[in-house]
Each structure stands twice: as structure tokens, then as C-alpha cells.
Design a protein around this ligand. Structure first.
Ligand SMILES: [Zn+2]
Length: 249
């Protein structure tokens, strides 16, 4: 009897683990498609006549007042104000489009990684409000807003709109695959000294609002990143004691 209970429990654990793997794979696939779609939309926007966007008013209680801060915290409870905010000091290095200071530090970090034999490249960096409108709308059309919210940020709520976030990959190894790479290990060790943090660490979904994203790195400046590492604090929400988690509505 006891043995059967034990077997049942193990069976349930195995099933849960498998389900998590399936969910992770689905999410990674969805994000990859969203990224590809966003890039296609951005390219299309360059060649087609511009269509004025309907100005969306901010939902209540989400507007942040310091979008230009290098420590701005955007999450599912904290959005840009105005929603279509864009930084004014974006630079295109050929590898990334980020705010000047973040781009400089990303380039230095990428060069240090390459020198250490742990080179990686960027797959996505700054994404505009307009791009996110197209991307999010597309995913709502595909799977409905409830599902879309689990893998595609609502326009005005994406950290990529800060110009301080970058997704990295090694060759074709992107998204979840990046988790098992030596480059990820190198970043976990060395990102802080370059001013970057892993924004969505494992096991902190209830705080950040997102499941683990080993590929997504955020520039916060060397002082903050190093202090967070020294104190063992992994999220901006905990470091600055602000609310995170899921959307209000
Ligand atoms: Zn990202």
C-alpha cells in the first residue's frame, strides 16, 4: 500500500516535471516567434507609409514617473507614461540598439566574453511601443488575450521599450536553450561588473511577473548591479521594494 502511494507520488512528480518542460518549450517557441514577428513588423514599418497609432490612455495606477532613469522598473503593474515613451539617446552599434550608456557597457561586456572564449550575440534589444502594439495584437488574435499575456508583454509594459534590455543567444541556441550554455554561466558571474542583471531569474515569477528568462539581461548600472549581487538580491522589485507580479486587470 505504502509502496503504491510512493509510486503514485513519484508518478505525479514526473508528470509535473514533464508538463513544466512542455510549458517552457511552448513559451520559448512563442517568444521566438514573437521576436521574429516583431522584427518583421519593424522592417515592414520602415518600408510602408506610417499609420498613426491610436493613443492609448494609461490604465489606472500603472504609470511610472521616471522612465528615463537607468533603474526604471517596468513590470506588469508598472507601465510607461506616456505609454508610447521612447528614450532620446538610443544608439545603434550594429549589434544592439540601446541607450548610449547601456550600449557602451553591453559592447564592453560582449568583448570581454569573447576574449574569455564565451562570446554571444544579441537577438533583440530596443523595441518600440509601435512594434509591441503589432506584436501583442498579433498574439491576441492567435490565442486570445489571457494566453497572450503569459508570453507577450502588453504595449507600454515591455522592458525592451526602456532601451536598457537585451536578449542574447549563441548561434542558434536562443531562449530556453541558452540556459544550459557556458555563456550563461559566464554572464551570471560577470554581468554585474558590467552593470547588467538577469531580469527574470528562476523561481521568482510571483515577484517579476515572468517565468525565468536566462537570455534577457537588463542594464541598471555597475553600482546597483554589484550591490544587488553582493546582497544576494535578484530582482529590481525586491531591491527597490516595489510591486510586481501579474497585471491588475
Ligand atoms: Zn527580452
Amino acid at each position: 500500500m505504502e509502496q503504491r502511494e510512493f509510486a503514485k507520488r513519484i508518478d505525479a512528480q514526473v508528470k509535473a516535471t514533464l508538463q513544466k518542460r512542455i510549458d517552457d518549450a511552448r513559451k520559448a517557441e512563442a517568444e521566438a516567434r514573437a521576436n521574429a514577428d516583431a522584427e518583421a513588423a519593424a522592417r515592414a514599418a520602415l518600408t510602408s507609409p506610417s499609420v498613426p497609432l491610436a493613443r492609448t490612455t494609461n490604465p489606472t495606477n500603472c504609470a511610472i514617473n521616471n522612465p528615463d532613469s537607468l533603474q526604471a522598473i517596468i513590470n506588469k503593474k508598472r507601465c510607461f507614461s506616456p505609454l508610447d515613451y521612447a528614450p532620446t539617446d538610443l544608439v545603434d552599434t550594429g549589434d544592439v540598439t540601446m541607450r548610449q550608456e547601456a550600449a557602451d557597457h553591453y559592447s564592453a561586456m560582449a568583448a570581454a566574453a569573447t576574449a574569455a572564449g564565451q562570446g554571444f550575440s544579441a537577438s533583440s534589444s530596443f523595441r518600440s511601443y509601435a512594434t509591441q502594439v503589432t506584436t501583442y495584437k498579433y498574439w491576441v488574435g492567435v490565442s486570445g488575450s489571457v494566453q497572450a499575456d503569459t508570453y507577450s508583454a502588453r504595449p507600454g509594459y515591455s522592458e525592451h521599450q526602456t532601451g536598457l534590455a537585451v536578449d542574447v543567444k549563441v548561434g542558434s541556441c536562443a531562449l530556453s536553450c541558452f540556459n544550459g550554455s557556458s555563456q550563461y554561466v559566464w554572464l551570471r558571474e560577470n554581468a554585474a561588473t558590467n552593470g547588467f542583471i538577469q531580469r527574470y531569474p528562476e523561481g521568482l515569477t510571483s515577484i517579476t511577473g515572468y517565468t525565468a528568462e536566462p537570455w534577457h539581461w537588463r542594464y541598471v548600472g555597475m553600482a546597483v548591479a554589484s550591490d544587488m549581487k553582493a546582497k544576494g538580491i535578484e530582482t529590481l522589485e525586491q531591491y527597490y521594494r516595489v510591486e510586481g507580479g501579474d497585471y491588475r486587470q
